[in-house]
Ligand binder design. Structure first.
Ligand code: CP
Ligand code: NVA
Length: 342
């Protein structure tokens, strides 16, 4: 039977079955192909979507906006509202739920996105919290699937701050889809025990392996994907000295890539990335700590193995699939239309 996600929230990948995640990847693949051929189907015609941002964004905001516009929705970007200042999450949720058909939230607490979902009565999509970044994981999976042709028996090694939002969602995504996952970083930055236990339990069911290790050689051995993220997430900038100290040995460079033992390994990064000194923050780090590359060297970031911009583009197609699947009146019309046009 065809999967139907109409009306569902997207708060964490823990709420989605492997079949539902695969369905979203298939959906995104069709939408991507459609866009390439200039085909859109007004799947979101008449829908109004609001994007509520507490934290900054380039990709997530752009992807949600263009995804909505491409399929006929109207989109509001709300970054300077009463929310969090004069109005509670509950009241904001009730108001936005009366006006909009779907809500995207990016911010600090996972609890906020949960309350928005409970109180608004419309689908709510998590565009990043301190704990999770599930729409990022969809784009990551699509990029890996496109490159290798499938996700079977692949190994992903996330190197660096293995307890951050991107790593948490990637670990859960891998566990769900039977991909081996290694979190490679210092013990001080190990994942939250509860999230790790949940991922390990899911991995047992899917037949994959989850390991967390501080041993780089062991962690990256045989990896098909080396993934990293910035050393200080949004809101943690004051921890930079401590993170440099903990993570410098875990920089993704040629030496680390060689340790996979494979010449087919790809490099992924959710972006933004500190691979050079071309930002004010990176310049401050260079002046103060004398390093001009942080989590990844410029060489690896710009190498043929690096698929970071394909991955960034895939944010659009996967987010569009998510909005259409959860909000369109007839979400599965896309599969019939695809059959007819191909
Ligand atoms: N990867 C990602 O979420 O990018 P933005 O912070 O630019 O949205
Ligand atoms: N871990 C990063 C991801 C940015 C997309 C952050 O939270 O800032």
């Amino acid at each position: 039977m065809m999967i139907n996600l109409k009306g569902r929230n997207f708060l964490t990948l823990l709420d989605y079955s492997p079949e539902e995640i695969r369905y979203l990847l298939d959906y995104a693949t069709i939408l991507k192909e459609n866009k390439k051929h200039g085909r859109t189907f007004d799947l979101l015609k008449g829908k109004n979507i609001v994007l509520l941002f507490e934290k900054t964004s380039t990709r997530t905001r752009s992807a949600f906006e263009v995804a909505g516009y491409d399929e006929g929705a109207h989109v509001t970007f709300l970054s300077n509202s009463q929310f969090g200042k004069k109005e509670s999450v509950e009241d904001t949720a009730k108001v936005l739920g009366r006006i909009y058909d779907g809500i995207e939230f990016r911010g600090n607490k996972q609890e906020t996105v949960n309350i928005l979902a409970e109180e608004s009565g419309v689908p709510v999509w998590n565009g990043l919290t301190d704990e999770y970044h599930p729409t990022q994981a969809l784009a990551d999976l699509l990029t890996i699937q496109e490159h290798f042709g499938n996700l079977k028996h692949k190994k992903v090694a996330f190197v660096g701050d293995t307890r951050n939002n991107v790593a948490n969602s990637l670990m859960i995504a891998c566990a769900k889809l039977g991909i081996d996952y290694a979190g490679v970083g210092p013990e001080e930055l190990s994942p939250d025990k509860k999230i790790l236990e949940q991922a390990k339990k899911i991995a047992t069911e899917s037949g994959s392996e989850i390991i967390i290790t501080s041993d780089i050689a062991k962690g990256v051995e045989n990896a098909d994907v080396i993934y990293t993220d910035i050393w200080v997430s949004m809101g943690e900038e004051d921890k930079i000295a401590e993170r440099i100290n903990l993570l410098l040995d875990y920089q993704v460079n040629q030496d680390l890539m060689d340790k996979t033992g494979k010449d087919t390994t790809i490099f992924l990064h959710c972006l933004p990335s500190f691979h050079d000194n071309k930002t004010t923050f990176a310049q401050m780090v260079e002046d103060k700590f004398g390093i001009s590359e942080m989590e990844v060297t410029d060489e690896i970031f710009n190498s043929d193995q690096s698929l970071v911009f394909d991955q960034a583009e895939n944010r659009l197609h996967t987010i569009k699939a998510l909005i259409c699947a959860t909000l369109a009146e007839e979400p599965n019309r896309i599969f019939e239309k695809y059959e007819k046009t191909n």
